[in-house]
Design a protein around this ligand. Structure first.
Ligand SMILES: [Zn+2]
Ligand SMILES: [Zn+2]
Length: 309
């Protein structure tokens, strides 16, 4: 199994010379195997380059499994530009969960972005190719389940802490395990009074994510912020608490606790330039990783990067 990153930017595409090395496209990850369907996680703007790659190297019809972590723009924005959905005879199975608090199912949100208000091509063109699989319908008694995505490929689902329903994925195939967290903010157990029941609940929720990541070969983790960005000490109005994203320090500690072999920091903050990310990695977080989690290899995800498991 190989993991190929087609988009590593969080929140907003960031084209331009200052982000060209790590890449400005939003989240899209391909799980590359020798056999079986094409497996993709998220369809941020990075999926357009993947579409070009598939059209150039493969021959339609395509057999595709697309796992969507959640329906925020930066994770679905590239879907209308994913050329294989317009190739007759292809089978594109899309999996995900909708923003239930707004009363919308997964398919509704995915289809809404392809109405004339937003896009010039109607959904009906895709009806024979695209099938939406909503976890709430697949698993009505709770979505934190495991299912067979394809022969020899198991997918385990974990809900994360984000302002909309969001799923982390653990993919097990060919004797290896890969996890993508989607967007996730640590449950704020340290900000709460010792005696509160909520503290114990948050602690348990954090432990459950550690267990989900246990002994993984490779984890790509939402690392939008530094701890300083996140907490913004002295300037509480600039704090990023509650925005739904994690930070380097937390992820390094989790890597140690969970016994993760390799971790890629991804979902880079859109305001972070390549030079700034290099400085953070070389001067701070690679040394911190070596000290705090010496058994884990840390890397910053970059567009085009391929990691062999
Ligand atoms: Zn995001
Ligand atoms: Zn999000």
């Amino acid at each position: 199994m190989k993991i190929r990153f087609w988009g590593v930017r969080g929140s907003l595409p960031t084209p331009g010379p200052e982000t060209a090395r790590y890449g400005g496209n939003t989240t899209c990850i391909q799980v590359v195997r020798d056999t079986g369907p094409i497996i993709i996680i998220d369809c941020g703007t990075g999926i357009r380059s993947l579409a070009d790659h598939l059209m150039a190297s493969g021959k339609p019809p395509f057999d595709i499994r697309l796992l969507v972590t959640h329906t925020h723009w930066d994770h679905i924005h590239g879907f209308p530009f994913f050329t294989p959905i317009y190739t007759p005879g292809s089978n594109v199975q899309v999996y995900g969960i909708g923003p239930l608090r707004e009363g919308k199912g997964f398919e509704t949100v995915m289809r809404d972005q392809m109405t004339y208000s937003y896009f010039p091509v109607e959904n009906t063109m895709l009806d024979s190719v695209v099938t939406y699989n909503d976890y709430n319908k697949m698993f009505p008694d709770g979505v934190e389940k495991c299912f067979d995505l394809a022969e020899g490929v198991k997918v385990r689902i974990k809900l994360t802490n984000h302002p909309v329903y969001c799923t982390a994925y653990r993919i097990e195939a060919d004797g290896k395990s890969f996890i993508f967290t989607g967007d996730h903010e640590p449950w704020p157990e340290h900000d709460i009074d010792e005696t509160s029941d909520t503290k114990a609940l948050y602690h348990m929720m954090n432990r459950r994510l550690i267990d989900f990541c246990r002994d993984a070969d490779f984890v790509a983790f939402d690392t939008t912020y530094t701890q300083e960005d996140y907490e913004s000490p002295g300037k509480p109005h600039l704090s990023k608490r509650g925005w739904g994203h994690s930070y380097f320090e937390y992820n390094i500690a989790l890597a140690r606790e969970a016994g993760i072999k390799r971790m890629a920091f991804t979902h880079h903050d859109p305001t972070r330039t390549d030079d700034a990310l290099d400085r953070l990695m070389n001067e701070k977080y690679l040394p911190l990783g070596k000290e705090e989690a010496p058994d884990t290899e840390f890397i910053a995800a970059r567009e085009g990067m391929v990691v062999e498991l």
